[in-house]
Design a protein around this ligand. Structure first.
Ligand code: WT7
Length: 572
């Protein structure tokens, strides 16, 4: 079990020089005191991310470089401040108040970022939705959050069941043509008539600012709520994990529909006053390397599935581009295979720094730091100010190399503040007093490095995206041919896991490849492409408990040829 492979430190002059010393002496208060609101207690995270730099004389620095196949734009901090102020004025005009939920369902364009910042500026709660969501996914989230306003495009609006959402009063359309009816507003026209100056709404540190929906093993997606105070963690992890420095060109490849795309695609770079690259469009190895080359990216944050696909695209492709500007590479979202780390070192000449966190944790908690040896396959060590441990189910800390619950001592600045309208779910994370229980299993080695082992529940991680099996099963049984469905994650070399569905058919339906494809399309077009099962297997009967619950554990054991374990609760 002992791992002896080490990758030595590569660079000097990093922000975090001595991990051990810093870890021993660090206190979050030191970071809080860097901000003026420490004295007043009143804060606004969007002001801190953008406006503060303008006031400090950095208004003409490039904040955002946007690059898409059909559009390329740059924005300075001053321009972003002004545009987000204009958007904030629009929200004020239509009567949006502090605490209201404003959702954004948009492709990755500058307007998305402007809307995001403007919403936070007036103290409203922003909810970014991934553009690939189909109607059911959009409906669930808008319904649960009781969103009053939505920013979207005419194309994506087709997937919003506006008439079924009584709370949704205002639709702001980006790129609308012609006259709009009541309750609909043109983003461009409304911004054009709004002032560029605004007094942000100053809120308490604990006031909510952001909701991200994420999946569990049961029930619908849950709304994880983050507070303005999270900025403390975004700022400091940006310094010590991303190693952000004044001249950096930073690129986080993740969409703001997912938490990495907000904590590290918006807050961390801008709180640190760094130029942020946003790329629209789909993944393509050529375009990605071109992006690194063209904008001279220095810090690059992505995900294992992307690195694996780049690896599959081969070494020759890398040689076609000059990516020598890249200084620091990071990865999150799923296990980073040691093989990928070795490949990165060989082909990019760079270490890929794995780090661990979750939607619920709001920011990075465990990481590999530039000034630390990497043990390929390990997620690294806890961030200063974070105490991580491996606990048994009773809450006892386990010794090195024993596998158990990966848990974090509460609290930390970016910890979720609630699950929207679901206090019971929230409490489940804190069932061991004094700890946040992650749902991941891991072990710690004798040097304090943490090693991920797996999920303790049925949550599926496919290409770094978290999918709840229950959501997929619910959608599957809506198909007229499907009687029952059980969904599991099946290991896959490229995607980490793929979704596999076991299905029993209703009377009168016969298994066929065409039916599989039809069912797959059904989930794809009604829920989301990434939630559609890549594999479907028809079964006469699914394994169930006596109370009728489908036993995913048994399905998984069948699939992977593992012992099925205790079957005492299974029906005959
Ligand atoms: C789950 C959280 C916050 C980043 C995006 C994912 C898995 C995350 C790692 C890692 C192995 C990882 C865990 C975690 N995960 N990072 N470095 N190594 N697994 O956020 O969608 O909330 O998913 O992703 O299972 O619990 P998320």
């Amino acid at each position: 079990m002992k791992n002896t492979e080490r990758i030595p430190v590569q660079t000097n002059g990093n922000n975090l020089q001595n991990y051990e010393e810093t870890y021993a002496s660090f206190d979050w208060k030191q970071v809080e005191q860097e901000f003026s609101w420490y004295k007043t207690g009143k804060v606004n995270a969007a002001y801190e991310a953008i406006d503060r730099h303008v006031e400090q004389g950095k208004g003409e620095k490039t904040a955002l470089i946007y690059s898409a196949p059909d559009r390329e734009e740059t924005y300075t901090f001053r321009q972003l401040k002004e545009k987000s102020n204009q958007f904030a004025h629009l929200l004020k005009r239509i009567g949006i108040h502090k605490g209201d939920r404003v959702f954004i369902f948009m492709p990755r364009t500058p307007d998305l970022y402007v809307s995001f910042l403007g919403t936070i500026k007036i103290g409203a709660i922003v909810g970014p939705l991934f553009e690939a969501f189909m109607e059911a996914a959009v409906r669930d989230r808008l319904e649960n959050s009781e969103a009053v306003a939505l920013v979207t495009t005419p194309t994506l609006l087709e997937r919003v069941p506006v008439d079924d959402l009584p709370h949704l009063k205002h639709i702001i359309l980006v790129g609308a043509k012609g006259e709009l009816t009541d309750g609909y507003y043109s983003f461009e026209k409304e911004l054009a008539k709004s002032p560029t100056e605004l007094e942000p709404v100053w809120v308490d540190r604990e006031d909510p600012m952001l909701i991200h929906y994420t999946s569990g093993s049961t029930g619908k997606p849950k709304g994880v709520v983050h507070a303005h105070n999270a900025m403390i963690q975004h700022y400091q992890t940006g310094k010590w994990v991303l190693d952000l420095q004044e001249g950096d060109i930073y690129w986080c490849t993740v969409d703001p529909g997912w938490v990495t795309g907000t904590s590290y695609g918006i807050f961390a770079p801008w709180l640190n006053g760094v130029t942020n690259v946003v790329r629209g469009g789909r993944f393509s190895p050529d375009d990605w390397y071109q992006t690194l080359e063209k904008y001279k990216v220095t810090v690059w944050y992505s995900a294992p599935t992307a690195f694996r696909m780049l690896m599959a695209a081969g070494e020759d492709l890398v040689k076609k581009y000059d990516i020598s500007s890249v200084r620091h590479v990071l990865s999150v979202g799923e296990p980073l295979n040691p093989e990928v780390v070795r490949w990165g070192l060989q082909v990019y000449g760079k270490r890929i720094h794995d780090n661990w966190w979750m939607t619920e944790t709001g920011g990075i908690l465990i990481s590999n730091y530039p000034q630390m040896e990497i043990k390929p396959g390990s997620m690294g060590k806890p961030f200063p100010g974070i105490y991580a441990a491996i606990l048994d189910d009773q809450g006892n800390e386990l010794p090195p190399y024993e596998m158990g619950n990966l848990a974090i001592k509460t609290p930390w600045p970016s910890i979720m503040r609630k699950i929207w309208k679901n206090p019971e779910k929230y409490q489940e994370y804190f069932r061991i007093p004094g700890w946040y229980v992650s749902g991941d299993s891991a072990y710690k080695d004798e040097d304090g490095y943490f090693w991920f082992q797996g999920r303790l529940d049925d949550v599926i991680n496919t290409s770094g995206e978290r999918v709840g099996p229950f959501e997929v099963e619910s959608k599957l049984v809506e198909h007229p041919a499907v009687a029952e469905a059980g969904v599991i994650g099946k290991p896959d070399p490229l995607r980490g896991e793929i979704i596999k569905a076991f299905i029993s058919l209703r009377a009168g339906y016969k298994p066929s490849e065409e039916l599989k494809e039809e069912i797959r399309q059904f989930v794809k077009t009604r829920l989301a492409a990434h939630a559609a099962p890549r594999e479907i297997e028809f079964k006469d009967k699914l394994p169930k408990t006596r109370s009728g619950k489908i036993m995913r554990r048994v399905l998984k054991a069948w699939e992977l040829d593992l012992p099925v374990g205790d079957l005492s609760t299974m029906e005959d």
